[in-house]
Each structure stands twice: as structure tokens, then as C-alpha cells.
Design a protein around this ligand. Structure first.
Ligand code: SF4
Length: 289
């Protein structure tokens, strides 16, 4: 079972109902040495690992091509929505060669629910053509090559490298950037700088899972507008504690997805079967269609 902290064997959901810890909260980090910052950052990563042992890429994919296309499509929309259309998309176009030959009108029809479907259709057609023309229809496994592909920036490239090729990468999306600043890991708004500054705090082998955990935490607890500080498993190590709701009962109501009130069965299943987390999530999303 996941726990919320070392020496604390209670799951985060339970802790959400309790009084906040009386441990001193570091309100600011000025003067924090690099060593202390690294230790605190790694502690947060460990705690997030215990809170979300089932964290994983939230886009469904079965190979590098599918992950690349799904990630490009996920711009300006949700992973949940993309997961709804990719089964049909990849059934019809299972690889770069089939996609490169797609009729643009057919493709637009499939992508219509994702918004900006004409631009996205053009993008992934161009992407598939480049893969066929220059990489024999395969997805390249190097950052320098990936970022030259249409619609592919560092974020997408790192998602693909980390999750399809097992090459460590930090994925700086809106959640990751916001939380990295709240954690005091960086002050920057620039994704490339955030990636470099956060990367320097961790071992490269930890980068990919760190990215999943931080994004999971951003989507479920540390929301952009109303972070649920009173139900947060890393509150003790977060200098931004108090910027959101600190009352544990009110904060618990702000939690989302499997942590949301009423979703205890889903959370229990994810904790019990972390190795099947992606399948469980897909099944729960299908039920909610
Ligand atoms: S929810 Fe609050 S305590 Fe937790 S990481 Fe976000 S700002 Fe920090």
C-alpha cells in the first residue's frame, strides 16, 4: 500500500482527513544550500513515489509511433480526450506508412473532437511523411532528431524518449513547471531552463518517473488555482504550503481522479495492482464515456 511519508504508514487519502502536521514548514528557501535543496527535492520525489506508486504516462500507447502521435495530438487538449480517439486512429493507421497515406478528410473526421483538428491533421500527416522519408518509417531514438520533426518540441521528445525508449528525460509541461516553482526547485518560467535546473537536482535515472509523479500530483492535488495543501503528501517539504486550502476536510474535497471523494475503490485497485495501473485507468475512463 502507498504511504505518505517515511515512518508514516498511512495512505494519503487517510491523512487528508487528519490534522495537518505540526512539523515546521519551510516557508521560504532563501539561503538554502544546493545540498539542502537536493536533499529536499529528493525527499519530495520519494514521498510522491510512495503517494503515487502507480504513476505512469497518461496517454495510451503500445509503441513509440503511437506515443509520438498521441503526444503531438495532446497539445491544447486533455490526455483523456486523446485516449478516446487514438484506438480508432491507430486501428486505421497502425504505423507511419499507413498514416502518411491517409486521406486528410478522413483524418480530420477522426481528430475533430480534439479541437484544432485541421492543424493537427496537417501536423501528423507531415510527421508521418518525415518518418517515412527520413527514418524508414521508424521513430528516431535521439532528442536531436526528434525535435526536428513537425509538431515535436523538447517536451514531446522527452515523453517519447523516457517512455518508449527508456532514455531518461524530464517532461516540462504546465503542471511540471508550476510545481517545480512551488517546490522552490527553480524560479524560471522557461521550460528549457526548468528542465536543466530540475535535472541538476536528481540522478538522470530518476528523471522519467519524477516527471510522471510531479504531473500526477499537479493534476490531482496541487492544482493551478486551488492547491489542496491540507491533503498534500509533500506539505512538510513544500515552501509553498498555505497557498491553497489547508483545512484537511475542505482540501480532501478538492482532490481529483482516483483521490476524489467517492473514488476509494479505484484508488484501492490502483494501489493493489500498480503494475496494471494503465489498464485500470483505461477501463475506468471507458466506463465514464
Ligand atoms: S498542494 Fe500546497 S503543499 Fe502541496 S505541493 Fe502544492 S503548494 Fe505545496
Amino acid at each position: 500500500m502507498a504511504t505518505t511519508g517515511q515512518g508514516n504508514s498511512r495512505p494519503s487519502k487517510e491523512r487528508a482527513q487528519e490534522e495537518p502536521s505540526t512539523e515546521p514548514i519551510p516557508k521560504a528557501v532563501p539561503g538554502e544550500s544546493l545540498l539542502a535543496l537536493k536533499r529536499r527535492a529528493r525527499r519530495i520525489n520519494r514521498e510522491l513515489g510512495m503517494a503515487y506508486p502507480y504513476a505512469h504516462a497518461e496517454l495510451d500507447f503500445s509503441n513509440a509511433f503511437e506515443l509520438l502521435v498521441a503526444t503531438v495530438l495532446s497539445a491544447q487538449t486533455t490526455d483523456v480526450l486523446i485516449n478516446k480517439i487514438t484506438p480508432l486512429l491507430f486501428a486505421k493507421y497502425p504505423d507511419a506508412r499507413h498514416l502518411a497515406d491517409a486521406d486528410p478528410a478522413d483524418l480530420e473526421e477522426i481528430l475533430r473532437p480534439t479541437g484544432f483538428f485541421r492543424a493537427k491533421s496537417r501536423n501528423i500527416l507531415a510527421l508521418a511523411n518525415r518518418l517515412v522519408d527520413e527514418y524508414d518509417g521508424q521513430v528516431p531514438g535521439k532528442l536531436a532528431d526528434l525535435v526536428t520533426l513537425p509538431g515535436v518540441g523538447r517536451k514531446t521528445a522527452n515523453v517519447v524518449l523516457g517512455n518508449a525508449f527508456g532514455i531518461p528525460g524530464i517532461t516540462v509541461d504546465t503542471h511540471f513547471g508550476r510545481l517545480a516553482r512551488r517546490f522552490g526547485w527553480t524560479a524560471s518560467e522557461d521550460p528549457v531552463r526548468i528542465e536543466a535546473e530540475v535535472g541538476a537536482l536528481f540522478e538522470p535515472k530518476d528523471w522519467t518517473m519524477l516527471s510522471h509523479r510531479v504531473v500526477f500530483h499537479g493534476r490531482r492535488v496541487c492544482h493551478s488555482r486551488r492547491p489542496a495543501c491540507g491533503a498534500c503528501p509533500v506539505a512538510n517539504w513544500c515552501p509553498s504550503y498555505g497557498m491553497g486550502e489547508t483545512d484537511p476536510v475542505k482540501a480532501a474535497k478538492l482532490l481529483k481522479y482516483e483521490l476524489a471523494p467517492g473514488n476509494e475503490a479505484l484508488l484501492a485497485q490502483l494501489l493493489a495492482e500498480t503494475h496494471r495501473a494503465a489498464e485500470i485507468r483505461m477501463a475506468s475512463q471507458k466506463q465514464n464515456r
